[in-house]
Design a protein around this ligand. Structure first.
Ligand SMILES: Nc1ncnc2c1ncn2[C@@H]1O[C@H](COP(=O)(O)OP(=O)(O)OP(=O)(O)O)[C@@H](O)[C@H]1O
Ligand SMILES: [Mg+2]
Length: 436
C-alpha cells in the first residue's frame, strides 16, 4: 500500500458516476474530493491540495472545458484527466488543446481508470523537470516586465534557503510572492508559517517566535515551541518585519547567522532548518536612520530582495488581473463568467490604484455583485471615475484630444451615447464613426 495518498478531485454532475468513481478511486487507495459542479470544484481547488483533477466535460452552467482552462492557468503542473460520455472528435481535440493529458470514455473498467491515472502522474513528472522557467506561481497573473522580473527571481530562490526580503506598498502582492516561493519550490512539503510581527505586542514577540520554557515568565505553564519550531523544514514568513522590536531583532540576527535559536528561559541551542522570507511596506533604511531597525539585520535579510512595484507602475498587468477576479467572483456569486466592456476596462487601467491589487480585487468583486449583465462604465464606482488621469503632459495631436474628450464626455454620461452626442452637438452617427 502506498504511504502517501494522493488527493484526487472528481467533478461530475451525475451523482451516480461521482459515487462510482469515488468508490473505485478509494479502493485504489487514493483520497477523493467530490464536486458536482465546477463552482464546487473551484472551492475545493482553492482550499485544498489536489494532485489530480478528473472531470466530466458536459455539465450544466459552467462546463468541464472552462474548468480545465482555469486549472491550466492556475495549476499548470497539476495533471488533469477527462472523463466523458460523448467522445466526439471535436470534443477530444478541444480537450487536448486545453492541455488535458488523457481522455477516458464512459463506461470504463477500474483497470482502465488505473492506467489513465498512472499515465497522468507520470506525465507530470516529465513536465515538471522540463518546463521550469514558464511555471506560473500560485495563481499569480501579470504580463508586465516588472512582473516577469519577479517571477524570474522566484524561480531562482525557490529551491534554496537564501533569505528573501520582499518590499512594496500595501496590497501589491507581497504575501502572494512569499507563498509562491514556498509552494513552488523544493521545501513545499514542509510548512509555510506566516507571522504578522505587527500583530504581536513587542513584549511577547520573543516568546511567540522562539518558544519558551515552563516558568520563564508569569503564565508560562508549560514548555512551548514558537513559530520558528513550527516552520521546521519549511518557510517562516515574517510579515511587517519593521514592527519587530529591537530585542527580538538581536535574536533574529543570531537565528539567521547561526541557524540556531534559544527559547525564552533556556540556554540550550536548538538547530533550525528553515527558510526565512520577510516582508515590509515601510522603508527599512529610514527605520535604520531612526535607530528603530538594526542595520546588520537588514543586510542579513536582504540576501535577495524582491521589490513588488505599485500597480500604477505596471498598468499592463491590469487586464489580466481584472479577468482573474471577474472569473473568481463570477463563479462565486453568479455562476457565470462576467464580461467587461473595453471602455470600462480602460477606465480601470487609468485609475492610479493607491490600494494596489487588493483595491482592484475589491472593486471588481463589488462590480460583479452589483451588475447583472456585462460590466460597463455605469458599474464603475463614481469616485474612481473622477480620479482617472489623462495624459496632459505636452501637446497632443487634435485627434488624440478629441478622443480623450469624447471619452470624458462618455464617462460623464455613463456610456450613454445619445446624451454624449447631445453634449458634443454632433449626431449619433458621427459619434459612432468616431468611436469606431
Ligand atoms: N499577481 C497577482 N495575481 C493575482 N492576484 C494577486 C497578485 N498579486 C496580489 N494578488 C492578490 O491581491 C491581494 C493582496 O495581495 P497580498 O495580500 O499578497 O498583498 P501584500 O503586499 O501582502 O499587502 P499588505 O502589505 O497590505 O499586507 C491578495 O488577494 C492577492 O491574492
Ligand atoms: Mg501582506
Amino acid at each position: 500500500m502506498a504511504l502517501h495518498k494522493e488527493n484526487i478531485l472528481v467533478v461530475d454532475d451525475d451523482i451516480h458516476i461521482l459515487e462510482l468513481l469515488s468508490r473505485q478511486l478509494k479502493s485504489l487507495d487514493y483520497h477523493v474530493y467530490k464536486a458536482i459542479s465546477v463552482k464546487e470544484a473551484l472551492y475545493i481547488l482553492r482550499d485544498s491540495t489536489v494532485d489530480l483533477l478528473i472531470t466530466d466535460i458536459q455539465m450544466p452552467e459552467v462546463d468541464g472545458l472552462q474548468l480545465l482552462k482555469y486549472a491550466n492557468e492556475h495549476y499548470p503542473l497539476m495533471p488533469k484527466l477527462v472523463v466523458t460520455g460523448y467522445p466526439s472528435v471535436d470534443g477530444a481535440l478541444e480537450v487536448i488543446k486545453t492541455g488535458a493529458i488523457d481522455y477516458l470514455t464512459k463506461p470504463f473498467t477500474k483497470v482502465e481508470l488505473k492506467k489513465s491515472i498512472d499515465k497522468a502522474f507520470n506525465n507530470k513528472e516529465k513536465q515538471s523537470s522540463s518546463t521550469k522557467s514558464d511555471i506560473k506561481f500560485e495563481g499569480m497573473v501579470g504580463s508586465s516586465s516588472a512582473f516577469q522580473d519577479i517571477l524570474n527571481i522566484i524561480d531562482r530562490v525557490r529551491d534554496n534557503r537564501a533569505t528573501v526580503l520582499i518590499t512594496g506598498e500595501s496590497g501589491t502582492g507581497k504575501e502572494l510572492v512569499a507563498r509562491a516561493i514556498h509552494y513552488s519550490g523544493k521545501f513545499s512539503k514542509g510548512p509555510f508559517i506566516a507571522v504578522n510581527c505587527g500583530a504581536i505586542p513587542e513584549s511577547l514577540q520573543e516568546a511567540e517566535l522562539f518558544g519558551y520554557m515552563k516558568g520563564a515568565f508569569t503564565g508560562a505553564n508549560e514548555n512551548r515551541g514558537g513559530f520558528f519550531q513550527a516552520a521546521e523544514g519549511g518557510t517562516l514568513f515574517l510579515d511587517e518585519i519593521g514592527a519587530a522590536g529591537l530585542a527580538v531583532q538581536t535574536k533574529l540576527l543570531r537565528a539567521l547567522q547561526e541557524k540556531e535559536i534559544t527559547r525564552v528561559g533556556s540556554r540550550k541551542l536548538e538547530k533550525v532548518e528553515i527558510r526565512i522570507v520577510a516582508a515590509t511596506n515601510v522603508n527599512l533604511l529610514e527605520e535604520i536612520k531612526n535607530k528603530n531597525f538594526r542595520e546588520d539585520l537588514y543586510y542579513r535579510l536582504t540576501v535577495v530582495e524582491i521589490n513588488v512595484p505599485p500597480l500604477r507602475e505596471r498598468k499592463t498587468d491590469i487586464p489580466l488581473l481584472v479577468e482573474k477576479f471577474l472569473r473568481k467572483y463570477g463563479v462565486e456569486y453568479k455562476d457565470r463568467l462576467p464580461r467587461i466592456s473595453s471602455v470600462a476596462l480602460e477606465i480601470l487601467e487609468r485609475y492610479p490604484w493607491p490600494g494596489n491589487i487588493r483595491e482592484l480585487e475589491n472593486i471588481v468583486q463589488r462590480m460583479v455583485i452589483m451588475s447583472d449583465g456585462p460590466i460597463g462604465v455605469e458599474d464603475i464606482p463614481e469616485f474612481l471615475k473622477y480620479q482617472i488621469d489623462f495624459p496632459q503632459k505636452g501637446l497632443v495631436p487634435l485627434r488624440e484630444m478629441e478622443k480623450e474628450y469624447i471619452k470624458k464626455v462618455l464617462l460623464h454620461t455613463k456610456g450613454n451615447k445619445t446624451k454624449a452626442a447631445e453634449i458634443l452637438q454632433i449626431d449619433r452617427k458621427t459619434l459612432r464613426d468616431k468611436l469606431d
